[in-house]
Design a binder for this molecule. Structure first.
Ligand SMILES: Cc1ncc(COP(=O)(O)O)c(C=O)c1O
Length: 421
């Protein structure tokens, strides 16, 4: 389905007409077509599609992204329509819309709709895998030490119950390069290894892992792979037909800028007979693996359709371009931070080892105080990491940021490094 057809479906609502879809979020103009060489003016027009106040520079995409006005409008319009007439007859079209989102997800990830489950978030997707694969005492699961709890604690807890063994591949800093990790996994594989589960791009310091190479290594040895894509879905121009994982997970509310509590789980056809569904209820999806794995009961279908609108929005701008832009913003931040005395950057500046999650330690400054000052005094949103393990500030820029946001952020950090907080 192309964008126009999807827009038409959203607009006409299938069998029954929508009732007065009136709400719009004010913005200077609609999204312009992407020029052949997008400049700052174009990216400012992209920024204008978001409802955040102009003075707020959000650098926290790795945690939660704002939805664009078209996504909010879609969600509001469809929710209103549903609540004005919650009959089965009126809601029938929402089931069609949910399947259209599945198609858009498949196009986005370059796979087929039959392999896509629309979940509630990455946490749920990861847990559907760790619960659904049958593992017995003595089997081994290889993880990276820097996995999110939904892909780390989850395996450890299930290991206690089922008796399998979990091992961590260490994650040194600075990033030691792709070959190091392929080698590290190769050395830790044993005849008992059944699953390799790792994070494509870590949320801690933004280390990029060689997903395609690790998946190939595992496949050659009959080992299943789960790639946690929470930090790459909607940021990188991910091609699962090339990466070939068995499972890939992601959330709508992060880099895709979609609604909250929507997510994706891709299950490779070759792995579909090797995993059990965990939740059985009414209202599954209509095609492929969603018929058995997506019966989660009543869903928020307007939000699922707004998820499709978010994917369409990014596709319209250009997914490769969004990745390029986020990388450029990150490189500009790195260049600025490098010049500030006392700043220690944890993230590799090498574009083959990182993308757009940037962590640094601001000398001896208290990171919570710094983050609060940045937010309250400078209107800059970021994340903090406490403790002893690579502590500091995390900046994760996305396509709604401008170079002016970057300059402002570097200047503010420089000021606090000089004067304290
Ligand atoms: C790598 C990684 N995996 C999983 C998650 C969980 O995402 P969610 O809270 O959307 O389920 C996160 C959240 O930050 C993450 O960074």
């Amino acid at each position: 389905m192309n964008r126009r057809e999807f827009a038409r479906l959203l607009a006409i609502g299938g069998a029954a007409p929508f009732v007065s879809p009136t709400v719009t979020w004010a913005r200077p103009a609609d999204l312009p077509p992407t020029p052949s060489s997008p400049d700052e003016k174009f990216w400012t027009a992209v920024r204008d599609q978001f409802v955040m106040p102009k003075d707020l520079a959000m650098f926290n995409a790795a945690n939660l992204c704002p939805s664009s006005a078209p996504v909010l409008e879609t969600m509001y319009r469809l929710t209103k329509d549903m609540d004005q007439d919650p009959s089965f007859d009126n809601r029938a079209k929402l089931g069609d819309g949910r399947e259209q989102t599945r198609k858009l997800l498949a196009e986005f990830l370059r796979v087929t709709p039959e392999d896509i489950i629309i979940t509630r978030n990455t946490s749920e997707s990861n847990n559907l895998v760790s619960t659904g694969i049958e593992l017995k005492p003595g089997d081994e699961v290889l993880l990276t030490a820097d996995n999110h709890p939904s892909n780390h604690t989850a395996w450890q807890e299930k290991a206690k119950r089922y008796g399998f063994i979990v091992k961590d591949v260490p994650v040194p800093n600075p990033h030691p390069g792709f070959e190091h990790y392929v080698d590290a996994f190769r050395k830790m594989i044993t005849p008992q290894t059944k699953v390799i589960s790792f994070t494509h791009l870590t949320s801690t310091v933004g280390d990029l892992f060689p997903a395609k190479e690790i998946c190939r290594l595992a496949r050659e040895r009959g080992i299943l792979t789960l790639v946690d894509g929470a930090q790459t879905f909607g940021l990188m121009d991910v091609d699962l037909s090339d990466m070939q994982p068995d499972f890939y997970s992601g959330s709508a509310h992060k880099w895709p800028c979609g609604p909250k509590e929507n997510g994706v789980l891709y299950i490779n056809k070759s792995a579909q007979s090797k995993i059990w569904a965990s939740i059985f209820s009414a209202y599954p999806g209509r095609v492929g693996v969603s018929r058995t794995f997506e019966g989660f009961g009543q869903r928020d279908e307007p939000a699922m359709m707004a998820f499709g609108e978010a994917l369409t929005f990014q596709t319209k701008i250009g997914r490769a371009l969004i990745e390029k832009r986020s990388r450029e913003l990150t490189q500009a931040l790195v260049a600025g931070l490098k010049k500030i005395d006392g700043v220690k950057i944890w993230t590799s500046p090498d574009p083959s080892r990182s993308v757009a999650v940037l962590s640094f330690q601001p000398g001896n400054l208290d990171v919570r105080k710094l983050s609060l000052a940045l937010y309250q005094k400078d209107r800059i949103g970021c994340a903090t990491r406490g403790g002893q393990d690579r502590p500091g500030i995390r900046l994760s820029p996305h396509f709604y940021n401008t170079m002016a946001d970057v300059d402002r952020t570097v200047a503010a950090i420089k000021k606090y490094m000089a004067s304290g907080v």
